[in-house]
Ligand binder design. Structure first.
Ligand code: HEC
Length: 125
């Protein structure tokens, strides 16, 4: 399609919509972390994940949509993989056990709660 397409995160100027989406996801993250505070265990929430997925869809397919994005990199399909697998893959990028530079920097910015929420959204139940 458009050969000059680059993922949204690569652009330097952040449109206001992205900024407000980030603010919404931040407050959602704060709310969900207090909701789970009593259990002491990280429980993924697909609705919370929906608000964090904007930083993934530039490369990985949007969960719930069949249409594919113009592909820029050879990116693995993560929709429908097991949630546990997705969560542990993200943790491995963050820890450095997996070395892909882009995924490492992305996973490095995610909390355990973010990973669980994204795994709940992308993963099969
Ligand atoms: C800039 C493009 C890009 C973005 C943005 C991106 N990814 Fe990735 N992702 C990749 C690539 C490329 C790989 C394959 C890396 C490798 O070979 O280790 C990958 C691998 C993965 C894997 C491992 C898949 C497998 O089969 O082992 C998971 C899980 C994953 N990404 C989740 C995410 C999530 C969740 C987000 C958003 C927070 C995200 N990615 C954002 C490009 C991206």
């Amino acid at each position: 399609m458009n050969p000059s397409y680059s993922p949204p995160m690569m652009k330097s100027a952040m449109p206001a919509s992205v900024l407000s989406a980030l603010l919404i996801s931040l407050s959602a993250a704060l709310m969900s972390s207090s909701a789970h505070a009593q259990s002491g265990e990280v429980v993924g929430n697909a609705d919370a994940g929906r608000k964090k997925v904007s930083m993934c869809v530039g490369c990985h397919q949007i969960p719930g949509y069949k249409a594919s994005f113009p592909s820029v990199y050879p990116v693995p399909l993560i929709v429908g993989q097991s949630g546990k697998y997705i969560e542990s893959a993200l943790a491995a990028y963050k820890k450095g056990d997996r070395s892909h530079p882009t995924m490492r920097s992305i996973a490095g910015s995610l909390s355990a709660q973010d990973m669980a929420d994204l795994a709940a959204l992308y993963g099969s139940k």
